[in-house]
Ligand binder design. Structure first.
Ligand SMILES: Cc1cc2nc3c(=O)[nH]c(=O)nc-3n(C[C@H](O)[C@H](O)[C@H](O)COP(=O)(O)OP(=O)(O)OC[C@H]3O[C@@H](n4cnc5c(N)ncnc54)[C@H](O)[C@@H]3O)c2cc1C
Length: 524
């Protein structure tokens, strides 16, 4: 059984006296992607995540690998083309985590089908060889056949197009494991608290604090990359106290309903909500994920709180398109994420801000900051940032290796059946674990499909350290059913304490902290 070992990583970090080639701060899509890229080029790379991998925005997305039909409407053809190519590569490299998905835009006005139909033909053309399927006009009868729960009153027909869907947090864990396999050293619960400088003021390393023990470690490096998403400005301020902020944070909320609200393999796409955004209602595992919003916010935290108006807005919009309206009480979970949007001039509207990524190199310290973009383009962002880092750090030039690099779990013969399929090649090891120890094949709760074996696996191989790590990101239980997850905390805590060698105080404290956190995902 191989995997990620936090203690071994920390031992390596303490013993590493020479400068690392690249130090990455932040273990979301951007930082993990950069770690995979750098390690696969043979660079000596270390990554520090202050909380858990994908604890920030990267576990809170709409879970689409997409070109962005909306950006096409805005005329941003190059962004769409790049994202469509990345979509194709990701499906190729991580087929256990990415799949194609049909989206139906229902039309209730005579002009809608031809209007969206033409736009989507352009989308098909831009995808070229990476296309997932051709878009098509659908009759009213066909739309109802595809989505039996769709509102039929006034329905004229629709347009179907294809895009990609994925499991964001699981992809992050698989990227972390890929990075380790490629030779990177990575740890969670190690926050960077300071940037070390040489006498000329050039960034030459970081100070990290082990969140579990409080130990402070000085880590030397040739290049420091700040990949902290919405928190990029806070880390830039560790480097230069008076820098102008570049991130305009905006919050996006999703609600999760029972899958019976979308008893279909197709998603619904609403191209223009009352606030001018796109809204998706997506079948995902055994649930339906609906969102999102775009609300400018002032405070950046790792657990952003959905506003009541955001939940009402999503429900109201979704209910216009469903025959059986959903009520607040039927929401199984609600989650919010913060977009790390890069400031563009003086626009007040965050939906008009750049979705492209930005790389900044501080003129005094040389610290690099990479911010913006989206999950879909994480690989390209990583390629760009490591290209720049290798020049800055005067590293031996090596071309990017990740275009066709398989992501951990990839297997030639894809296991499409069964609920462990997202583990890819690890699924058989988890099954063996469940078969070896009595009780481990049982689920952690009557309303959750996660097995006890997966909790053990998460601790042994996937660097899970808290109940939240297991229930929110190793399994997605917290998003599937927040109340059931809260109820399972005791059992999960007990299983983890055996694996991590923790005492009863640890278990009690973990249960308390997790139940408090889960409350934020439950609609009272
Ligand atoms: C509502 C919403 C929906 C979205 N939907 C999609 C979608 O469907 N498809 C798509 O492609 N993209 C989508 N995106 C965009 C995508 O999720 C983000 O672009 C991406 O996850 C950003 O990743 P990141 O690594 O830059 O930031 P994050 O995931 O936030 O990672 C930054 C990490 O840095 C860590 N950190 C911060 N400070 C420190 C420190 N001092 N020391 C160590 N670590 C630190 C944080 O803990 C965090 O884990 C969506 C975004 C939102 C908000």
């Amino acid at each position: 059984m191989t995997g990620m070992d936090r203690d071994a990583s920390l031992d390596r970090i303490r013993a590493h006296r020479s400068p690392w080639d690249i130090i990455i701060i932040g273990g979301g899509a951007t930082g993990l992607g950069a770690a995979v890229d750098a390690a696969s080029r043979g660079y000596d790379v270390v990554l520090f995540e202050q909380a858990d991998f994908a604890k920030g925005t990267s576990s809170r997305s709409t879970k689409l690998v997409h070109g962005g039909v909306r950006y096409l409407q805005q005329g941003n053809v190059s962004l769409v083309m790049e994202a469509l190519s990345e979509r194709g590569r990701l499906l190729h490299n991580a087929p256990h985590l990415v799949s194609d998905l049909a989206f139906i835009i229902p039309s209730y006005e005579w002009w809608e089908s031809p209007f969206y139909g033409i736009g989507l033909k352009v989308y098909d053309l831009l995808a070229g060889k990476y296309g997932f399927g051709r878009s098509k006009h659908l009759t009213r009868k066909k739309v109802i056949e595809e989505i039996p729960s769709i509102q039929t009153e006034g329905l004229r027909g629709g347009t179907r197009y294809f895009d990609g869907q994925f499991d964001d947090a699981r992809l992050a864990i698989s990227l972390a494991m890929t990075a380790v396999e490629q030779g990177a050293t990575i740890t969670n619960y190690t926050g960077v608290t300071a940037i070390s400088k040489d006498p000329e003021g050039v960034a030459r390393g970081v100070i990290v604090v082990d969140g579990e023990t409080g130990e402070s470690i000085e880590v030397p490096g040739k290049v420091v990359v700040n990949a902290t998403g919405p928190q990029a400005d806070a880390v830039r301020r560790l480097d230069q106290a008076d820098v102008e902020p570049i991130v305009t944070p905006s919050q996006g909320v999703h609600i999760v309903l029972d899958r019976s609200f979308i008893p279909s393999n197709s998603a619904i796409m609403v191209p223009h909500t009352d606030d001018g955004r796109v809204m998706f209602a997506i079948p995902w595992y055994d649930v339906a994920v609906i969102g999102t919003t775009d609300t400018p916010i002032d405070e950046i935290t790792l657990e952003p709180e959905p506003f009541a108006q955001e939940i009402d807005f999503i429900l109201e919009t979704a209910n216009r398109y469903l025959t059986r309206p959903a009520s607040r009480e039927e929401i199984k979970s609600v989650f919010a994420g913060i977009r790390p949007l890069v400031r563009a001039g003086s626009s007040d509207s965050t939906s008009a801000l750049s979705r492209d990524h930005t790389i900044l190199i501080d003129p005094d310290s040389g610290m690099m900051t990479v911010v913006g973009g989206k999950w879909t383009t994480y690989r390209k962002m990583a390629e760009d940032v490591v290209d720049q880092a290798s020049i800055l750090g005067e590293l031996q030039p090596v071309p990017c290796q990740t275009e066709s690099l398989r992501i951990h779990g990839h297997e030639e013969t894809l296991r499409t059946e069964g609920r462990l399929s997202f583990y890819g090649s690890d699924a058989s090891d988890i099954e063996s674990l469940a078969a070896d120890r009595p009780g481990l094949a049982e689920t952690i709760h009557a309303d959750l499909s996660t097995t006890r074996a997966e909790v053990v696996w998460a601790c042994r191989c996937e660097m899970a350290r808290t109940i939240d790590d297991v229930l929110a990101r190793r399994s997605r239980s917290l998003l599937f059913d927040a109340k059931a997850s809260s109820e399972s905390a005791e059992l999960v805590g007990e299983l983890m304490s055996t694996e991590l060698n923790r005492d009863q105080n640890w278990v009690s404290e973990q249960i308390r902290v997790f139940r408090d956190l889960a409350q934020g995902y439950i609609i009272s």
